[in-house]
Ligand binder design. Sequence first.
Ligand SMILES: Cc1cc2nc3c(=O)[nH]c(=O)nc-3n(C[C@H](O)[C@H](O)[C@H](O)COP(=O)(O)OP(=O)(O)OC[C@H]3O[C@@H](n4cnc5c(N)ncnc54)[C@H](O)[C@@H]3O)c2cc1C
Length: 404
Amino acid sequence: RSRHFLTPAESMLWVPGLTGEKLAGASGFTDAVTDDSRLVLRLIAEARRDGAMCLNYTQADEIKRSNGDVSGLLIQAEENDTPIEVLAPLVINATGAWADRLQSSKTSEDTMHIRPLRGSHLVLPWSSLPVSCSVSLFHPEDGRPVFAFPWLGTTVLGTTDIDHEGSLDQEPVISESETAYLLEIASRLFPGSPITRNDILSTWAGVRPVVTDGTGKAPSKENREHALRVDRGLVSIAGGKLTTFRVIAREALVEGLGEAASEVLRPESKPVFQGTDHPSRPATISHQCWQRLQGFYGPELDQLLASGPLEPVTPNRASDLLWAELCWACRREDVQHLDDLLLRRTRLGMVLPNAGEALLPEIRNHCQPLLGWADQRWEEEQARYLSIYHNAYSLPPQETSNAS
Ligand SMILES: Cc1cc2nc3c(=O)[nH]c(=O)nc-3n(C[C@H](O)[C@H](O)[C@H](O)COP(=O)(O)OP(=O)(O)OC[C@H]3O[C@@H](n4cnc5c(N)ncnc54)[C@H](O)[C@@H]3O)c2cc1C
């Protein structure tokens, strides 16, 4: 990291539109950015190349024990009524905010307690809040840092940090008071770009699995470090950051495998992802897009390029997603529902107006044959996707919202 002070004039050059009122200056620094979904997908793809079996829409229901020691796990696939028992002497419970549910056992007093803290975001058209770099701003209400950052041709404003009181079995949803909190920082700090609810393209919320000591401190004062508990073959981890995922994973494996860990773990000095010889960049793909594709697809990039048209899905917008990426996701990235494709393999549903509904017929032309869905299935999936979008990725209805 390289921190340096920016004078008020320099701050305004970096962040055009920022209010000059009471502006004493800013701190400039470099940091890293990632796409959380694509990071997980790349890890899954490489784990499979190394021999792992990875299943989605499969729930771990119960830890099985024999004389107190872990002997396996009961799992249940969404589309199958019969649970399956997997035999294993070691289970790593990395279920985030849900970690409480699996870790409980009569053999251990030392369980960790998760405080689910929700963070919500607004996705705005870039033109309504045109930031050219990530900007961290102190909210005038409580002094918390809130980010405005450019993302796939939009600007994202977030996040909040409040107790998530909803059921963990439902998708988390932004509340009316969080929406107002985020709009307030935009209007107070960027007075020249008045943003209203009507400008908002989409929203999303996530739940941080924060490990708490239960002393009831304010959410933002809770420790964000990861915690790890070992209970006779069950290693539970929670908390931490995306940036420390490798450190956390190695710690869990060392705890679980003991001395054998040094034989099976890749040396720490080696990069997380395997290096590859990439094919040469097709002339129609920009350097920036090429760099993104290398990061997203790694050793599978050459196959991705052959999997569909190399044209952008939204040619008139800043998102550089290619049709080939949608085709690849349908073929190779475990798409079970349309919302997988439009919200998690790609983010089309979040960056296009109205959930990208206008693009759905064209997406259907490309994707329905690859997914092998009959017309009725496609229509059911489309209805399911739009319902999820309206319930969890758009604004809460103003009059009925439960402000928290
Ligand atoms: C709003 C927000 C902002 C953040 N900002 C940053 C940031 O700027 N930088 C940073 O480094 N980190 C950030 N993080 C933290 C980062 O995202 C977390 O480290 C991460 O989400 C925690 O990862 P995880 O894999 O432990 O849990 P999760 O991401 O919650 O994953 C747990 C998974 O387990 C699945 N699961 C749960 N129960 C079961 C079960 N019984 N069987 C099978 N699967 C199950 C869930 O469906 C889920 O997919 C942020 C998090 C949030 C929510």
